[in-house]
Design a protein around this ligand. Structure first.
Ligand code: GUN
Ligand code: ZN
Length: 436
């Protein structure tokens, strides 16, 4: 990472969102063909026309010329598993089988000295290589995995939300905590990391299947004691999973009701998958403000099903989008949105390039309750930035010869794009050296 000059200006084609394209159409985005993003002490000072801002700059300002490339707020991934970087692309299983055959095997290795450090460094490198500057991250059950992750993120000054997974049943011995130790270790991690620099804590009961009622109660207690923390978990991903969860919690009306009873459904709850939701479950989300997290590459790869975004929108439920590595198959939020488009196509729904790019920037920032800090170029926001070359590959450059306007160009970017399009990533105004 290079140290940021006190005043730095990035010149290029600026694109960011101030509202939701679904709600207000073209008024939702700002696009400046020859724009300047002024960054002071890591924060956005202004975003505007280069010709009007350039004359106002002092001679000491550093100007980085990224023309003709696109400059956007850094991407945000709302659900990803740090311990699963070596689980990606594991063959031939659906959720429960995939967890037992591959995931729980790899996650045990995080108990070994140095492994969580190695994976965290790889993981954070891979995120910035894909233009992702913030993520909501699951660590393993080992509290030291969360310490290792936060230490590495703190060193890089990235804004990350993360938590130690809590699980005290239906997992190998080496991956089980207890209701009591899960509570105690999570609480200590919150004290050590939540609000330290840019780090935020998420209380992380993996899912109802791997927690006893005592542990979900302990997680609910933590959420009540730390209302500034997120809660993240999984729900309604797979039919066998749902049947098992219902069997384990017969007193609950449905899967969402399990979490609701334990105080785990609220506006900071990030609920992974939400594929096989009933009317009453969506209703519980609408009433509590819980966020549905859509993970398209994972839902295809694990054969889980199709997320109904239009239904969530109609009911006023916030939706976030995410890779879900290692059930998901790409670290790229562009690739994720290309697959989201296909999920919606299969249901007769659509997704414009503007809606897709809004989702991975301001939309996810709002879903995470962090839009006052990240996700746009409004003055005062943290200057996390991605610079994109829309014609980075031969096939993309060739296709761009025929596009007629910005919307078409952006649709090519969203449909064919990935880490090859990321020219540069900035974290709090500092350019990151991308691993290649
Ligand atoms: N449900 C519980 N744990 C997991 C996980 O690690 N990945 C996915 N996709 N679903 C889960
Ligand atoms: Zn997941």
């Amino acid at each position: 990472m290079t140290a940021p000059a006190a005043l730095r200006a990035l010149r290029g084609r600026l694109l960011w969102f101030v509202d939701d394209p679904w709600a207000v159409g073209a008024a939702a985005h700002r696009f400046i063909e020859d724009g300047l993003l002024l960054i002071e002490n890591g924060l956005v000072r202004a975003a505007g026309e280069a010709k009007s801002l350039l004359p106002t700059l002092p001679a000491t300002a550093e100007i980085v010329d990224h023309r003709p490339h696109l400059i956007m707020p850094g991407f945000i991934d709302a659900h990803i598993h740090m311990p699963q970087t070596q689980v990606v692309a594991s063959y031939g299983a659906q959720l429960m089988d995939w967890l037992n055959r591959y995931t729980f095997v790899e996650e045990q290795k995080l108990g070994e000295q140095g492994h969580a450090e190695k994976l965290s460094a790889f993981f954070l490198d891979e995120l910035v290589a894909n233009g992702t500057t913030t993520a909501a991250v699951y660590c393993s059950v080992h509290p030291q995995s969360a310490d290792a992750f936060f230490t590495e993120s703190q060193r890089r000054n990235t804004r990350m939300i993360a938590g130690k997974v809590m699980m005290d049943r239906n997992a190998p011995d080496a991956l089980r905590d207890t209701a009591e130790s899960g509570y105690r270790d999570s609480k200590a991690l919150i004290a050590r990391w939540h609000g330290k620099g840019r780090q935020l804590y998420a209380i992380t009961p993996r899912f109802a299947i791997t927690s006893t009622p005592e542990q979900l109660a302990a997680a609910g207690r933590l959420a009540a004691e730390h209302p500034g923390c997120h809660v993240q978990t999984h729900i309604d991903e797979n039919r066998a999973e749902i049947a098992f969860a219902r069997e384990l919690y017969p007193e609950s009306a449905d899967y969402a009701d399990i979490y609701r009873r334990f105080g785990l459904l609220g506006p900071r709850s990030l609920m992974g998958h939400c594929i096989h939701m009933t009317h009453n479950e969506w209703q519980a989300f609408a009433e509590t403000g819980a966020v549905a997290v859509f993970c398209p590459t994972s839902n295809f790869f694990l054969g889980s099903g199709l997320f109904d975004w239009a239904h969530a929108r109609q009911r006023g439920i916030r939706v976030a989008v995410a890779t879900d590595i290692g059930g998901g198959t790409s670290y790229s939020m562009l690739r994720t949105m290309a697959e989201a488009y296909k999920v919606l196509q299969l249901q007769g729904q659509s997704l414009s390039a503007y809606a897709a790019l809004h989702a991975i920037t301001l939309g996810n920032a709002e879903a995470l309750g962090l839009d006052h800090l990240i996700g746009s170029f409004e003055p005062g926001r943290e200057a996390d930035v991605v610079v994109l070359d829309t014609g980075a590959t031969r096939a993309m450059a060739h296709r761009l010869e025929t596009v007629r306007d910005l919307a078409e160009e952006l649709f090519v970017l969203v449909t064919l794009g990935d880490d090859r399009n990321v020219l540069a990533t900035y974290v709090m105004g500092a350019r990151v050296v991308l691993p290649r």
